[in-house]
Write a protein that binds this ligand. Structure first.
Ligand code: GDP
Length: 458
């Protein structure tokens, strides 16, 4: 039976997304673990700086296992064991969508006498925080809703002409050039064309390119093998297709994809979100060089564009109806020296095209950009000889920490690639028993929480 407290509890849906390997699994694990382990008596807490925690209003947190859910539960326990076991390692990344719910018990701030809870004399409340983790690749599909098969084909073929792509697209391009779009439709041919296009997208992903559509070709989840994925861009399309042709069939599949995949995902999951964090792996993009960096920047700017302009555009029906705050967080900030973390933040702002020429932030108050580390695997130190800031971190296969110089984060944009000396080292989690019991050290996780949920714990 539901108690009065249950009835008054608020449910808040927080979306966590980011392109593959951006740090979603690590972020959700650290967020949950740190909330579960919040100890107001601890001298040093990883949540210090989270206002409801500092003010003593956060009473406790519990995980709720929702047995009715039709979506897989986020594998928190497994990820925690990987990070805090005998030989700590990064957890397996999640694929597709997953959810997890954590209930936060809090003391209500005094003076909110108008709320129903206060009138009933309830001094404590519960926030049911439902975290929805899904691939950023699915968000890159959002602009597909505003385009036609013909325009999309042209854009994708033009994209396939740039940089390393022609090489990767060769087999697919040769195959689709064999038949004209007005040839009779043939499902077997369609399947082969789609398979080659999917191979091309995978090869791009391998080459660290990120602006890849349609996202489900790469991360099909429950749609693996489904016929709705049996199409691809076609060259030399006339404005309107004749019935029964390849062109007509591919256009219909594209429309099915728009309706049954893109729109359905947004209706079922996305439209219900209240807050959103988009994790951005600026550092690996920097490490991967100019083409990967520009491509990721384009993908992210298109995501941001959807968030910012969705309200007044054709996407208005699904965007912004509920999402009231969006944060873009540059992850793995523990990979750069302390003095460079602000530079990482600024570089990410620029990547998102939210800093204009005079460095003014163009985002609205409800969009924020931060540099964070959900789990801080390194420690700041200085070289003994010249006093320069460096990092202490554990490299793969090493048991001890080594002093490392990651190089500097560029201040200019686009970066001066010839002068760039930044290097991404694959630092591993530290074997520290305090992590399991006291929570994960981090960079700016409390500030992220203040922005996303601080006001809901009042
Ligand atoms: P996902 O694919 O978005 O779920 O990405 P993961 O959360 O699995 O992260 C991918 C990899 O990035 C991890 O295996 C780590 O190597 C690294 N990583 C993610 N978050 C952090 C962090 O906070 N600090 C550090 N040092 N590395 C991180």
């Amino acid at each position: 039976m539901k108690t009065l407290d249950d009835l008054l509890a608020r449910r808040l849906y927080l979306g966590v997304t980011g392109l593959s390997r951006a740090g979603k699994t690590v972020f959700v694990t650290s967020l949950i673990h740190n909330l579960l382990r919040a100890d107001p008596a601890a001298e040093e807490s990883p949540l210090r700086g989270f206002d409801p925690f500092d003010d003593g209003r956060l009473v406790g947190a519990v995980l709720r296992h929702d047995t009715n859910a039709t979506v897989p539960e986020f594998p928190y326990r497994k990820a925690l064991d990987a990070l805090t076991g005998e030989s700590p390692h990064w957890p397996e990344p999640t694929r597709g969508i997953s959810r997890i719910r954590i209930d936060l018990r809090f003391r209500r701030a005094q003076g909110l006498t108008t709320s129903a809870a206060a009138r009933l004399g309830l001094t404590e409340g519960t926030l049911q925080l439902e975290i929805v983790d899904y691939p950023g690749e699915w968000l890159v599909d959002l602009p597909l809703l505003g385009t036609t098969f013909e325009d999309w084909s042209r854009a994708m073929l033009a994209q396939a002409e740039r940089g390393r792509r022609p090489e990767l697209a060769r087999e697919w391009r040769a195959f689709v050039a064999e038949r004209t779009p007005d040839s009779e439709h043939d499902e077997e041919w369609a399947e082969r064309a789609a398979a080659l296009y999917t191979d091309y997208l995978h090869a791009c992903a391998e080459a660290r390119l990120r602006f890849l559509q349609p996202g489900r070709f790469l991360h099909p989840a429950d749609l693996r093998g489904a016929s709705v994925l049996r199409f691809c861009p076609l060259p030399d399309l006339p404005a309107s297709p004749q019935p029964g042709t390849l062109h007509a069939a591919f256009r219909d599949k594209f429309r099915d994809y728009q309706e049954k995949v893109v729109r359905t995902f947004y209706r079922r999951h996305f439209a219900g979100l209240d807050r959103q964090i988009v994790l951005v792996d600026t550092l690996t993009a920097l490490n991967d060089g100019p083409e990967a960096f520009d491509d990721m920047s384009e993908a992210l700017a298109s995501i941001l564009h959807s968030f910012r302009h969705g309200r007044n555009s054709l996407l208005g029906w699904l965007m912004g109806r509920r999402i009231s705050r969006v944060m873009f967080a540059a992850t793995k900030a523990d990979h750069v020296i302390r003095g460079d973390r602000l530079h990482l933040e600024n570089l990410t702002r620029r990547m998102l095209h939210v800093l204009d020429e005079s460095n003014l932030i163009k985002t609205a108050a409800d969009v924020d950009v931060q540099a964070i580390a959900a789990i801080r695997a390194t420690r700041d130190t200085r070289r003994t000889d010249n006093g320069r800031e460096i990092l202490l971190g554990r490299r793969p296969d090493d048991s001890d920490e080594t002093p490392m110089e990651p190089g500097a984060i560029p201040l200019d944009f686009p970066p001066d690639w010839a002068a760039l000396n930044y290097r991404y080292w694959d630092f591993q989690p530290r074997p520290d028993p305090a992590w399991r019991h006291g929570g994960f050290p981090n960079i700016r996780l409390p500030e992220v929480l203040n922005f996303l949920i601080g006001e809901d714990l009042r």
